[in-house]
Design a protein around this ligand. Structure first.
Ligand code: PA5
Length: 440
């Protein structure tokens, strides 16, 4: 079994020769990646990473995660953007829906909370409130080590931990994931003697989920990271083929580009399970930050079905026709819930007795695709065999490779993000400071 890609829901919207015209561009994009000849090529280490990753650091991830799982009631994960969304995507997809509420004996690790991804004081204060009586560990993640949101949260948490446990106690509870050499966080970690993990030089934030950035938080919740990396390593081989016919990641990239050029400027990632909400957030960052530049790029948005069929579904069916829909479907459900057979039939639902929710969800997915295609929305479908660590790894690699190919076909550098600096500069001016520095 592997991830499959089906574009039959898009074929009514183009002719074969249009796809054929793209073949040389796909080959060119493939070579730019594999021969490292394109812009941003210094950030291509993610391409072979599932095969070449640092084994020594990987063992340390496992050791640190074992200590945290044994000792901590809570792991606070501080980070934003690429230093946050991948770990959250994995945890939400692979851990039980109500993970933090489960009794400790039924959980494979401590409670997990995220902070450092916004500046809202109520959230921060309320989170600290529930930390008071817990044994707290912190994983602060920032490649640059200077991003304001996580740096401020870390300043606050460091103060909190030092007051709670003393400086030495705080030191043993902080793990910093950051650049190998540079940045304020690295300097601080060295000065204080924190355990450190590395964001590799040649991998940008949004391509870093398969490094320590994502792997430590995953391992702390008991997610089998060996399986994640095995899935990703198989992804390297599956999506290495230069030929479009043999490479479903390239087919996805090519179809996006083809439809974008025909005026479909918005892509909705549609999922049918709430556990994929943060996979969608991770995907939005990956594609939005990689492609949205030079006045170009498909706008990535996400939609949660069947929930939003009862709200924004109206727009998808009949609104402005600038949309494509990419369905992210999980083929198997881990647990089956069957519609009960009741003595009465007051709700007129007896005809569904004995059917599982998953089977009905499957029909909802099929019906929605048919309806939206008929309504003028091309559909691409990515099917994941099951929500497992292995397929999480393979899916990450599928989208990363597709994104890089799509970005090069679009004619942008998919590995930089010059635009995110603009608001930061404006904010620094308003805060009357030229740079954010963490000082002791
Ligand atoms: O993809 C990226 O490079 C960004 O989204 C970063 O991950 C994000 O801005 C966080 O940066 P840092 O890890 O340096 O704190």
């Amino acid at each position: 079994k592997k991830i499959t890609f089906d574009y039959s829901g898009a074929t009514p919207f183009f002719s074969q020769h249009e796809l054929d015209f793209l073949l040389p561009q796909i080959k060119q994009a493939h070579e730019m990646i594999h021969k490292r000849t394109g812009p941003g090529s210094e950030y291509l280490d993610w391409v072979e990473w599932p095969l070449t990753y640092d084994r020594e650091e990987y063992e340390r991830i496992k050791q640190i995660s074992t200590i945290i799982r044994e000792q901590a009631d809570v792991l606070l994960i501080i980070g934003v953007g690429g230093s946050y969304l991948g770990a959250r995507a994995a945890i939400e997809m692979l851990c039980p829906a109500f993970y933090n509420q489960l009794p400790r004996a039924k959980r494979n690790g401590p409670e997990i909370y995220f902070i450092g991804h916004h500046l809202h004081s109520d959230y921060i204060a309320q989170l600290l409130e529930i930390m008071q009586d817990k044994n707290v560990y912190v994983n602060v993640i920032s490649k640059s080590g200077t991003t304001l949101e996580p740096a401020l949260s870390f300043r606050l948490l460091r103060d909190f931990l030092e007051k709670k446990y003393g400086r030495e106690g705080a030191r043993t509870r902080i793990i910093a994931t950051t650049d190998r050499k540079k940045g304020a966080l690295k300097q601080l970690a060295d000065l204080e003697g924190y355990e450190t993990l590395t964001v590799p030089d040649g991998i940008g934030g949004r391509y870093s989920v398969l490094t320590s950035v994502g792997l430590l938080p995953m391992a702390v919740t008991g997610i089998q990271i060996d399986e994640v990396m095995r899935g990703a390593a198989d992804g390297v081989e599956l999506y290495r083929e230069a030929e479009l016919a043999d490479n479903s990641a390239y087919q996805y990239a090519a179809l996006r580009q083809l439809l974008y050029r025909k005026g479909k400027t918005i892509e909705l990632l549609a999922s049918y399970t709430p556990s994929l909400q943060y996979v969608a957030e991770w995907w939005k960052q990956l594609f939005g930050e990689s492609e949205g530049k030079d006045g170009k790029g498909m706008f990535p948005a996400s939609i949660q079905f069947t929930t939003e069929l009862h709200s924004i579904g109206q727009y998808v069916q009949e609104g402005h026709r600038h949309l494509i829909e990419t369905t992210l479907w999980i083929e198997e459900s881990a647990v089956q819930v069957t519609i009960p057979s009741l003595e009465d039939n007051l709700d007129n639902l007896h005809y569904l007795s004995g059917t599982t929710f998953h089977e009905i969800n499957e029909k909802a997915c099929k019906a929605t695709i048919q309806a939206h295609v008929a309504g003028g929305v091309p559909n691409l479908k990515v099917s994941i065999p099951e929500a497992s660590p292995y397929y999480f790894g393979q899916m990450v690699y599928f989208f990363q490779k597709a994104c890089a190919i799509s970005g090069y076909m679009l004619g942008v550098n998919p590995f930089d993000q010059p635009g995110v600096e603009v608001y930061k500069e404006e904010m620094r001016n308003l805060l009357n400071q030229n740079q954010t520095i963490i000082t002791r």
